[in-house]
Design a protein around this ligand. Structure first.
Ligand SMILES: *[C@@H]1O[C@H](CO)[C@@H](O)[C@H](O)[C@H]1NC(C)=O
Ligand SMILES: *[C@@H]1O[C@H](CO)[C@@H](O)[C@H](O)[C@H]1NC(C)=O
Ligand SMILES: *[C@@H]1O[C@H](CO)[C@@H](O)[C@H](O)[C@H]1NC(C)=O
Ligand SMILES: *[C@@H]1O[C@H](CO)[C@@H](O)[C@H](O)[C@H]1NC(C)=O
Ligand SMILES: *[C@@H]1O[C@H](CO)[C@@H](O)[C@H](O)[C@H]1NC(C)=O
Ligand SMILES: *[C@@H]1O[C@H](CO)[C@@H](O)[C@H](O)[C@H]1NC(C)=O
Ligand SMILES: *[C@@H]1O[C@H](CO)[C@@H](O)[C@H](O)[C@H]1NC(C)=O
Ligand SMILES: [Zn+2]
Length: 925
């Protein structure tokens, strides 16, 4: 499974977790009865009067395996199924009893179904329990559900029936032992009307005609696998490729648009087969299909042999969704899912408490195997800024979680969804990367091969993985306590920052560690310590390639000292940010790093480290360890930076500060932005060049988005000229149209929007048109128009002020002038309160706070209970104002002084001179 919209999930599941902690019910099954084989028949659309019902018939071969007690009861999972018959057979296939369905007990909370037997089970003998039942074809995205699409051309609505069993939804489709450790073989039979076809995890063996123009399709027995990986799709799809070997399966009209996905999927298999030295077919399934669906819970799901993706992931519509970033998205998803055939499907976590064993590896390979195949995307570098740096804030607050949770703490479905939050993915991938680089790729790959072979078709816990990693770990045991190191980053939450101080005239470097926390005092334990792999390089012999730690900073000592024979000038720790921590340099070291970054080629300092220094500094400023003024002085180095990676970190971090600046402060900020982007914008400009790398394309997009948003003239002029001439490529389209709509292009973008028929492009054009500065016209004539959906209205309003930070106040005044009109347009006061509250997130002045407060006084009665939302908004404006007052004072001064007659030079020069002096003294002494 792969998730992108984690924010919502993270929050929602966290709330659920809090609710469920108090429950002490046992949701888990006993281990004394185990299933071996499921023979499952599903009949779809058998009764026209009941299109949303399916019939099922499942025979489960099982055994009693424990000796210490008499087993007279079989307990398994079932949810929402109507059981009509329950039959029990002995090993010879003789029916021993017909169990009255009234005798079955179902606990609706734990979804455990218990079957009482007349006689105790003999140990290690096969029995078969059979259920005939019916179930619901859901309209959601769980279990067996239906979705539809409109066929291009004919306009006919077509149905697709498909499944999503992860994590515990197989029980919605058949009674089963619905935990990943109960692996068994499955044989599936699907009865469907003619006109449809069925696909499943394995090859279809045969299809037999039934009455009423119906067919029964029989599939091969699956390998031994977990219930959550079973799947089937009944549809009118067609296959690109060979349906009994490798294929992409989709709507017939998508056939021409799946060539790219097909090729990616075909190319990635041999890479994994070489890396793991185990072919896909050796895992136990001959067939691999990638299929698409119009709607799905996640972007993807790794069912063994039949991976399912949302349409948008696999389908590249030429001119619309075939940009570089679209392709990257396709590549990463396919590479991620394909890795699950080994990590997850063949070797499966024993319980969801360590879901990172699936997802951390899949996330890692998603970037690093894709990087081998498609180096032009520089996914090795992108990983650092998009995943590692991105997850740090979530892992520095109380709501985080360890990679490995205690097994008993994960019971309910909401507990399980909490484990599927972003930590197991991004932190998991980061920790895997740290291990692979620390032990060396060859050692790591050898360990993984052993792990995958030993546990083929089995289930594992972190210790099983650690056993193999330790076998191949190259360091002597006295250098590091490996068990401790492996434990520290999997069972503890959070991550450290190392504090680096130079002394003895830059011949000694002293390292200390702390846990990095974003809001100390939020309940997080500040005393957690970690075993820290130390890598560094200096100006004496710069080398950013060797990622093998020179040592490990043990958690039982207070300091880690490094001595040099010569005084060093600069030092960079955590090379390529390969390890999972931040680095805090003392002021002299930071200054010398800035000088080094200003030199040609940034003194050879790796892009990942350039990005790290920026990201770390902003994070330290956020907590108050340094002042934003120093950060902004430091990142003046960017005036010579042209690479995407450091710029990406910069813009991610800058967002928080930029959002807290008042309208009066924006011009100084814009000037600063214009200055530090001089080199990169001169190099890239707004128009594409033949020499562009993929990251240049991404970089141009982010530069234009920022520069035009803050109305930097050169940006606006260049975009204006361009968009008049030609349609921007998909990568830039939204950014450029948005920029154009801000100036003279609004009416034209609206026209394009009206003419467009392709749904995602329509959405894009609507968002772009909403960047207009003509907010009264757009609001009155477009947004309030009856024909817009609620989502379109809300998107447009937030686009207007987010894309025009100086218009926050006038837009608020406009909305509040006739709030009844807005609430009528949005359909409820609750939505209206939410829209106002979202807007108030962008308030930065006392005057705005007063406006909101007056608004509340005048209107709160209208809002009813939703007035609460406004109170919360008022409080959050207040705390934002206080934060800005506390943190941004010096920065604001700096920005304004800087813009009065070249204050940059006068400020920066003495510092540079002083430092040079210091360095000279150091060298001479
Ligand atoms: C599976 O069950 C069906 C009846 O639903 C039966 O006809 C078939 O023989 C069974 N197959 C196996 C392998 O037990
Ligand atoms: C199954 O039950 C039948 C009828 O009671 C009996 O003859 C047969 O021996 C049983 N088979 C096994 C393996 O116990
Ligand atoms: C028990 O069932 C399993 C799975 O169907 C089968 O492989 C095995 O041969 C059976 N054992 C006996 C003794 O019938
Ligand atoms: C499809 O794949 C199967 C299994 O690999 C192979 O036997 C068959 O020849 C292939 N068919 C075609 C048309 O390539
Ligand atoms: C969150 O805070 C509570 C105390 O308020 C503490 O018991 C808990 O361990 C903290 N959780 C984490 C993950 O730090
Ligand atoms: C603003 O938008 C309205 C309606 O869309 C339009 O009539 C008006 O001309 C626009 N004003 C400007 C200055 O573009
Ligand atoms: C507010 O808008 C509504 C239309 O929804 C209109 O009927 C009403 O007259 C307006 N009120 C004011 C004060 O403009
Ligand atoms: Zn996944």
């Amino acid at each position: 499974m792969k998730r992108f919209r984690f924010h919502f999930w993270f929050n929602a599941s966290f709330i659920l977790l809090c609710v469920s902690v108090s429950s002490s019910l046992d949701y888990r099954l006993e281990r004394d009865v185990v299933p071996l084989f499921y023979n499952l028949t599903i009949r779809l659309l058998a009764d026209e009067a009941k299109p949303n019902t399916f019939n099922g018939d499942v025979s489960i071969t099982l055994q009693a395996v424990k000796t210490d007690k008499e087993i007279k009861e079989i307990t398994l999972h079932s949810d929402g199924l109507e059981i009509e018959e329950c039959l029990f057979y002995n090993e010879s296939g003789v029916l021993i009893s017909t169990i009255d369905t009234n005798q079955l007990t179902l606990d609706r909370t734990t979804q455990k179904l218990s079957v009482l037997l007349e006689e105790a089970l003999a140990l290690n003998e096969n029995y078969t329990i059979r259920f005939k039942y019916s179930g619901e074809i859901g309209s959601g995205v769980e279990g067996l559900f239906a979705t539809t699409y409109i066929e291009e051309g004919s306009g006919i609505t077509k149905s697709v029936y498909l499944t999503h069993m992860q994590a515990i939804n197989a029980r919605l489709v058949f009674p089963c032992f619905d935990e990943p450790a109960f692996k068994a073989k499955f044989q599936l039979h699907i009865e469907r009307p003619s006109g449809y076809n069925a696909i499943s995890n394995t090859k279809q063996i045969s299809s037999s005609p039934e009455s009423n123009n119906r067919y029964l399709d029989h599939f091969e027995v699956t390998p031994v696998m977990s219930t959550y990986l079973l799947t089937f799709i009944v549809s009118e799809y067609t296959a690109r490729g060979n349906e009994s070997d490798y294929a992409v399966v989709s709507r017939p009209e998508f056939y021409d648009n799946t060539e790219f996905s097909y090729n990616v999927g075909e190319r990635v298999l041999p890479v994994y087969e070489g890396l793991f030295q185990q072919t896909y077919k050796e895992l136990g399934n001959e067939l691999l299909q990638h299929a698409t669906t119009p709607s799905f819970r996640h972007n993807t799901m790794e069912n063994w042999g039949l991976i399912i993706y949302k349409d948008a992931v696999l389908v590249q519509k030429p001119g619309y969704t075939d940009g570089w970033s679209d392709k990257e998205f396709t590549i990463r998803n396919i590479v991620h899912e394909t890795s699950h055939m080994w990590f997850g499907d063949s070797v499966t976590l024993s319980w969801w408490s360590h879901v990172w064993l699936n997802e951390g590896f899949a996330r890692y390979y998603e970037f690093f195997v894709a990087h081998e195949l498609y180096p032009e995307y520089q996914l090795d570098q992108q990983f650092v800024v998009r995943k590692l740096q991105h997850i740090f804030p979530s892992d520095a607050v109380n709501s985080t979680q360890p990679l490995t949770s205690p097994e008993e703490s994960i019971q309910t479905s909401s507990d399980i969804y909490f484990k599927f939050a972003n930590i197991p993915f991004a932190k998991g991938g980061s920790i895997v990367r740290m291990w692979r680089n620390a032990m060396g790729h060859d050692n790591f790959d050898a360990a993984i091969r052993d792990y995958l072979k030993q546990h083929h078709l089995g289930n594992t816990e972190p210790q099983d993985l650690f056993y193999h990693l330790k076998q191949y770990w190259p360091v002597k045991s006295e250098l590091v306590n490996l068990d401790q190191f492996l434990y520290d980053f999997t069972e503890q939450v959070g991550f450290p920052m190392i504090v680096v101080n130079a002394s003895f005239e830059n011949k000694q470097i002293r390292v200390e560690q702390n846990r990095f926390l974003l809001s100390p005092g939020d309940g997080s334990d500040p005393n957690i310590r970690y075993t820290i792999p130390i890598t560094y390089t200096t100006n004496l012999a710069p080398d950013f390639q060797n990622l093998t730690p020179i040592g490990y900073f043990s958690k039982v000592v207070d300091v880690y000292d490094i001595w040099f024979d010569e005084a060093i000038d600069w030092i960079v720790f955590n090379l390529k940010q390969s390890n999972y921590y931040r680095v805090f340099y003392d002021a002299p070291l930071l200054n010398s790093l800035q000088l080094a970054l200003h030199k040609s080629d940034h003194s050879g300092i790796a892009v990942e480290n350039r990005a790290q220094i920026v990201d770390d500094l902003f994070s330290f400023a956020r907590v108050g360890y340094v002042d934003y003024e120093e950060v902004f002085q430091f990142i003046e180095y960017l005036s010579q930076e042209v690479e995407f990676i450091p710029w990406y970190s910069t813009y991610q971090s800058l967002q928080l500060v930029a959002n807290r600046l008042t309208p009066d402060q924006l011009p100084n900020f814009a000037k600063y932005l214009s200055d530090i982007t001089s080199a990169v914008f001169t190099k890239l400009g707004a128009s594409g060049k033949n020499s562009d790398s993929v990251l240049d394309v991404y970089n141009r997009n982010q530069q234009v988005a920022w520069l035009c948003k803050y109305q930097i003239k050169s940006c606006q002029e260049q975009v204006q000229v361009l968009y008049d001439v030609q349609k921007p490529i998909p990568d830039y389209r939204e950014t450029f149209y948005c920029a154009a709509a801000r100036t003279e292009g609004y009416i034209k973008i609206l026209e394009l929007y009206r003419e467009e028929t392709y749904p995602t492009e329509q959405d894009l054009l609507w968002r772009a048109a909403s960047c207009t500065r003509n907010y009264t016209g757009h609001y009155q004539n477009e947004i309030l128009s009856y024909s817009r959906t609620l989502a379109e209205k809300k998107t447009a309003i937030s686009q207007m002020y987010q894309q025009n930070p100086d218009l926050v106040t006038p837009i608020f005044i406009m909305l509040s002038e006739n709030i009844t009109q807005l609430s009528e347009a949005l359909g409820s006061w609750a939505e209206t309160a939410q829209v106002i509250s979202d807007l108030a997130d962008y308030f930065t002045t006392r005057e705005q706070h007063q406006l909101l407060s007056d608004f509340y006084d005048e209107n709160h009665l209208l809002f009813g209970t939703s007035a609460e939302t406004l109170i919360t908004a008022l409080n959050s404006v207040e705390s934002n104002l206080q934060w800005a007052q506390q943190r941004l004072g010096r920065l604001v001064n700096f920005l304004s002084l800087r813009n009065i007659g070249g204050a940059t030079q006068t400020k920066a020069l003495p510092m540079v001179a002083l430092l040079l002096g210091l360095i000279l003294i150091c060298i001479w002494s």
